[in-house]
Design a protein around this ligand. Structure first.
Ligand code: DX5
Ligand code: ZN
Length: 218
């Protein structure tokens, strides 16, 4: 199976956002990955609702929103209204994760749960059947362009085992430092969705890079 490719808008040129959105529209990419950071849960602030609104005006593919914010429950309805198809919250930001998952579903969005690099996949043992995707952070969240954490291969395999044990259809997303050099090994370990920011947008030909990632298989 070829991976789902989700280019991260964080690495796009914000002065030419429409142009970069059109590149993704025309490419073989499957989703738009939108990183929302609040400067509290992570040590950086990215962008918020007005920018998402501008993106969804032109984007013609699935909108995958990754919330790196505290108290994400406060904004579930807002992100639904803005056109998010998938809403991912951090396990570490949700003391009542089960309730948060139900609230996202009530708004008719798919549910993602992200795990920081230090969080064991087994914390999702009781909720995995309610989650559409698990986002394994392969860098510490907050910034694009960081180095991929090698332990992610092992985590991906462990998560795959948990999903199979629970007979769940949850997809595995990898986020951070993804390149053509680690993509194959990640897919082999069980990854279904690859997020890539700087690897795509720091290249002269982002569309070609997307095609290259999309073709990777094992
Ligand atoms: C990191 C973000 C990632 C980031 C990926 O906090 O969640 O989605 O944009 O960017 P690269 O591919 O540059 O690591
Ligand atoms: Zn992300």
């Amino acid at each position: 199976m070829n991976p789902i490719i989700a280019p991260s808008i964080l690495a796009a040129d914000f002065a030419n956002l429409k142009r970069d959105v059109e590149v993704i529209n025309k490419s073989q990419a499957d989703w738009f990955h939108i990183d929302v950071m609040d400067g509290v849960f992570v040590p950086n602030i990215s962008f918020g609702m007005p920018v998402l609104k501008a993106i969804t005006k032109h984007a013609k593919k699935t909108i995958d929103v990754h919330l790196m914010i505290v108290e994400p429950d406060r904004y579930i309805k807002t992100f639904a209204r803005l056109g998010s198809d998938i809403l991912t919250v951090h396990y570490e930001a949700c003391p009542h994760l089960h309730r948060t998952i139900q609230n996202i579903k009530l708004e008719k969005m798919k549910v993602g749960v992200a795990l920081n690099p230090h969080t064991n996949v087994n914390v999702l043992e009781e909720t995995i059947n309610d989650i559409d995707l698990v986002c394994l952070m392969s860098v510490n969240p907050g910034f694009g362009g960081q180095v991929f954490i090698e332990n992610t291969y092992k985590k991906t395999k462990n998560l795959k085992k948990l999903i199979e044990k629970k007979r769940s259809s949850t997809k595995i997303q990898i986020d951070g430092g993804v390149t053509a050099s680690n993509a194959k090994k990640l897919i082999k370990a069980g990854a279904d969705i690859l997020v890539a920011g700087s690897f795509i947008f720091n290249n002269k030909n982002p569309m070609q890079i997307i095609d290259k990632l999309k073709k990777i298989n094992f």
